[in-house]
Design a protein around this ligand. Structure first.
Ligand SMILES: CC(C)(COP(=O)(O)OP(=O)(O)OC[C@H]1O[C@@H](n2cnc3c(N)ncnc32)[C@H](O)[C@@H]1OP(=O)(O)O)[C@@H](O)C(=O)NCCC(=O)NCCS
Length: 335
C-alpha cells in the first residue's frame, strides 16, 4: 500500500506586468472597477518574442519542482499537463514538455478541465502513485491566455480577469499512509458547458468555415463568460466540495492550516473564507498579482505559499477549484 505526496513545487510567470491602468488604455475600464469586482491589481502577459509558450512556461516551473523534489528528470514516469490554452490545437502540451525535458519516452497527457485542471491532474497523479504503477508523476498547470483575449471594450468583462503563468508539482510515492494526499473529490455538470467557454472552432464550425466567413464581428473564438451565473455556482460548489473533503477525513474547518482556492476572483475566495470562518492565515490568495491563471493558479499559489514558509510539515492543506465545464474538485493533503 502506498500514498502519494507532493515532493517538489515550482512556478514561473512571464516578466511582462500588465496593470489595470495599462488595460484602461486599451479598453473602457478602470482600476477601481477591476479591483472592486475582482481584487486584481495586475497580471502577467506573455510578450510576443519573449520565448514563452504554454509548454515552455510549464517546463520552467517543472525544472524547479524536479530539483526541489531531489530527483533526476528521468525519474519522471508520467507527465500530466493541465491547460485550456495548449500550444497547439493538437497534440497536447504534455508531449512538448516530455521532449523539452529530454525524457526519452514517457506517457504524457493533457487534462482539459480548465480552472479545475490542476485539481483533476493531482487526483489522477494520486491514483497512479497509490496503485504503485508510478513513483514520480510530474503535474503541470500552465496557461497562455493573453493572446486569445479580446482586448477591446467589447471583451472587457472577461479579458481583465485572466493572466498567464505556470506552476508544477512532483507527486511521489509515500510509504507513511498518514502523510500526503488523503483524498480527492471531482465533479462536473456539463449542462452549463457554454456558460464559460470558447465555442469556435469546433467540428460543427471548423476552421475553414470560419476563414471562409471572414467576419470581423465574429467573436465566437473569444472566451464567453456569464459572469454572475459563474459567480453564484462557484461559491456553492467551492463550499460543497471543501465540505465533502472535510467530512471524508473527519476534519473540521478549524483544522485547515492552509486553503489554496483556485484564484478565480478575490470576492469568491473571501466569501469561502467567511463561510468556513477561516482566518487570513488559513487562506492564501495572490490573484492581486497574477489575475486568474486558470489551471496554473493553484500550483502558483501553492508554490508561493510554500516558499513563504506557510506550508508546514504535518499541516492540513486543502486545494479547491471551480471552473468551466462546470467542473469542480478538492484535494485534501496531510503535508
Ligand atoms: C466578471 C465579474 C467581475 C463581473 O462583475 P459583475 O458585477 O457581475 O458585473 P456585470 O457583468 O453585471 O456588469 C456590470 C456592468 O459593468 C460593465 N463592465 C463589465 N466589465 C467591465 C470592465 N472590465 N470595466 C468596466 N465595466 C465593466 C458591464 O458592461 C456592465 O455595465 P452595464 O450595467 O452598463 O451593462 C463577475 O461577474 C465575476 O467575477 N464573475 C465570476 C467570474 C469568475 O470567477 N470567473 C472564473 C471562474 S473560474
Amino acid at each position: 500500500m502506498y500514498n502519494s505526496r507532493i515532493s517538489g513545487l515550482g512556478m514561473y510567470v512571464p516578466e511582462n506586468i500588465v496593470t489595470n491602468d495599462d488595460l484602461s488604455k486599451m479598453m473602457n475600464t478602470s482600476s477601481d472597477w477591476i479591483i472592486e469586482r475582482t481584487g486584481i491589481e495586475q497580471r502577467r502577459h506573455i510578450k510576443k518574442g519573449d520565448g514563452n509558450s504554454t509548454a515552455k512556461m510549464g517546463v520552467k516551473a517543472a525544472k524547479i519542482a524536479i530539483k526541489r523534489a531531489g530527483i533526476a528528470t528521468n525519474d519522471i514516469e508520467l507527465i500530466l499537463f493541465a491547460t485550456l490554452s495548449p500550444d497547439y490545437y493538437f497534440p497536447g502540451s504534455g508531449v512538448i514538455v516530455q521532449e523539452e525535458l529530454g525524457i526519452p519516452t514517457c506517457p504524457a497527457m493533457d487534462i482539459r478541465t480548465q480552472c479545475s485542471g490542476f485539481v483533476y491532474a493531482m487526483s489522477t497523479a494520486d491514483q497512479f502513485v497509490k496503485t504503485g504503477m508510478y513513483k514520480n508523476v510530474l503535474v503541470i498547470g500552465s496557461e497562455n491566455q493573453s493572446g486569445g483575449l479580446d482586448m477591446t471594450t467589447r471583451g472587457r468583462g472577461v479579458s481583465v480577469i485572466f493572466g498567464d503563468g505556470a506552476g508544477a508539482a512532483v507527486v511521489s510515492r509515500e510509504t507513511d499512509l498518514s502523510k500526503g494526499i488523503m483524498s480527492s473529490h471531482l465533479h462536473s455538470e456539463g449542462e452549463h458547458a457554454k456558460e464559460l467557454s470558447i465555442i469556435d472552432p469546433n467540428t460543427s464550425r471548423w476552421i475553414p468555415e470560419i476563414i471562409a466567413d471572414n467576419n470581423p464581428d465574429d467573436i465566437s473564438f473569444y472566451p464567453y463568460m456569464n459572469g454572475q451565473f459563474v459567480f453564484k455556482n462557484a461559491v456553492t460548489r467551492f463550499s460543497e466540495v471543501i465540505n465533502e473533503g472535510l467530512e471524508k477525513n473527519g476534519w473540521e474547518s478549524k483544522d485547515i492550516d492552509l486553503l489554496i482556492p483556485h484564484q478565480a476572483n478575490l470576492r469568491i475566495a473571501q466569501f469561502i473564507q467567511r463561510k468556513f470562518r477561516l482566518s487570513d492565515d488559513q487562506v492564501y490568495n495572490n490573484i492581486q498579482k497574477y489575475g486568474n491563471t486558470t489551471a496554473a493558479s493553484i500550483p502558483i499559489a501553492l508554490t508561493e505559499a510554500w516558499e513563504a514558509g506557510k506550508v508546514k510539515e504535518g499541516g492540513k492543506v486543502v486545494l479547491a477549484a471551480f471552473g468551466s465545464g462546470f467542473t469542480w474538485g478538492s484535494v485534501m493533503i496531510n503535508w
